[in-house]
Design a protein around this ligand. Structure first.
Ligand code: AMP
Ligand code: TRP
Length: 352
């Protein structure tokens, strides 16, 4: 049991298969915090998945498969409360209440909103709905997710840092206006990682087709790694440090992702050996890719095996989703009722 038991909450959108960015930015921390005995709430953010929708997508199926992957990675529905956002519909009620004190200017400064808008504009509005009320309200919905369970900490990758800060801000504003009601969570830790994409772009992300996935089989892993662009000239490493956080940013971006993965997955001596080769400008990218592919596939093998375990099926996922939605609902309703009372509309006369 942890020295101090904290409330931990985090979510992932059901937009596809889980990749290494999700794992090293988020899931490995979910598992660690669960094993430390904290009160953990992990959910699939299916409402959030709808913020960029333009046509029907089978998010239900994607949710089930993502949950089977969560379980395969070590999340345990008996230790953590694992649920689906839309099974806690009072989150939408809290979003509505919080929306009343959230300025539009504040939302327009959100970097994710700005990035999504830019991307959607690049496709000339042919994908998604760039100006939806839902997309703009993304951080308010996320604040509701966090505040509804009175989370102390929100383990997320670096790309979500600003969203958590916005949730802190909304909670503080609420408390200032209506009296101490909501718990303000802590900021995202400085060490939060952002894993670059296989194409060398700043972030590995599902929508950018640059991911290495946890369920990729050995042939796909090798194909993807062989496809990484390494023909660029090595850049000199003007440091004696071996620390991945210091040397990797000095490499060409697409080579950097290979070294980052190696530093995360291979024993330190293997990483140092390849770093030495880089410093001596040897021709080694072929072996680097095949060596790395072996470590990646060895990492994936037990996850794939547990994913395919007959006990880890749709029925068992549905059962724990139902049970866990029941476990989180009372806590969540208490928060919504407190906010209603604080704002002055009083408690619901309908809910027991
Ligand atoms: P998403 O897939 O965008 O819903 O992200 C789910 C979780 O994975 C969040 O905590 C993200 O911060 C984290 N995450 C996604 N992509 C990356 C990445 N490339 N590097 C680090 N963390 C990431
Ligand atoms: N926005 C997060 C992402 O894209 C997913 C998410 C939704 C989330 N609600 C949350 C993460 C609440 C942490 C807490 O990755």
């Amino acid at each position: 049991m942890a020295n101090q038991r904290e409330i931990i909450l985090s979510g992932i959108r059901p937009t596809g298969r889980l990749h290494f960015g999700n794992y090293f930015g988020a899931i490995q921390h979910f598992v660690r915090l669960q094993e430390q005995g904290h009160g953990c709430y992990y959910f699939i953010a299916d409402y959030h998945a709808l913020t960029t929708i333009s046509e029907r997508t089978d998010f239900y199926r994607q949710t089930i498969d993502m949950l089977r992957t969560y379980v395969a990675c070590g999340l345990d529905p008996n230790k953590s409360v694992i649920y689906r956002q839309s099974d806690l519909p009072c989150t939408a009620e809290l979003t509505l209440l919080l929306g009343m004190i959230t300025n539009i200017g504040f939302l327009e400064r959100g970097t994710t909103y700005k990035d999504k808008l830019n991307k959607l504009e690049e496709t000339a509005g042919t994908e998604g709905n760039p100006l939806s009320y839902g997309l703009m309200g993304y951080p308010v919905l996320m604040a509701a997710d966090i505040l509804i369970v009175r989370a102390d900490k929100v383990p997320v990758g670096d790309d979500q840092r600003q969203h958590v800060e916005m949730a802190m801000d909304i909670a503080q504003r609420f408390n200032y206006r209506f009296g101490q009601t909501l718990k303000v969570p802590a900021a995202v830790s400085r060490e939060a990682l952002r894993l670059p994409g296989l194409d060398g772009s700043a972030k590995m992300g599902k929508s950018d087709h640059n991911t290495l996935d946890l369920l990729d089989d050995p042939a796909s892993v090798l194909r993807k790694l062989k496809g990484v662009q390494t023909s660029t000239e090595p850049l000199p490493l003007e440091t004696d440090s071996d620390d991945p956080d210091i040397v990797i940013p000095l490499m060409p971006a697409s080579v950097g992702i290979l070294y980052r993965l190696l530093s995360l997955l291979a024993p330190n001596e293997v990483y140092l050996d390849f770093l030495g080769k880089y410093r001596r400008c040897e021709r080694f990218y072929g072996t680097l890719k095949t060596t790395l592919a072996q470590y990646v596939s060895a990492f994936n093998a037990p996850i794939i095996e547990r994913f395919n375990d007959p006990a880890n099926n749709e029925e068992s996922v549905r059962t724990f989703l139902r049970e866990n939605a029941e476990r989180v609902t009372p806590v969540a309703l208490e928060t919504v009722e407190a906010c209603r009372a604080a704002m002055g509309i009083g408690h619901s006369l309908y809910r027991a």
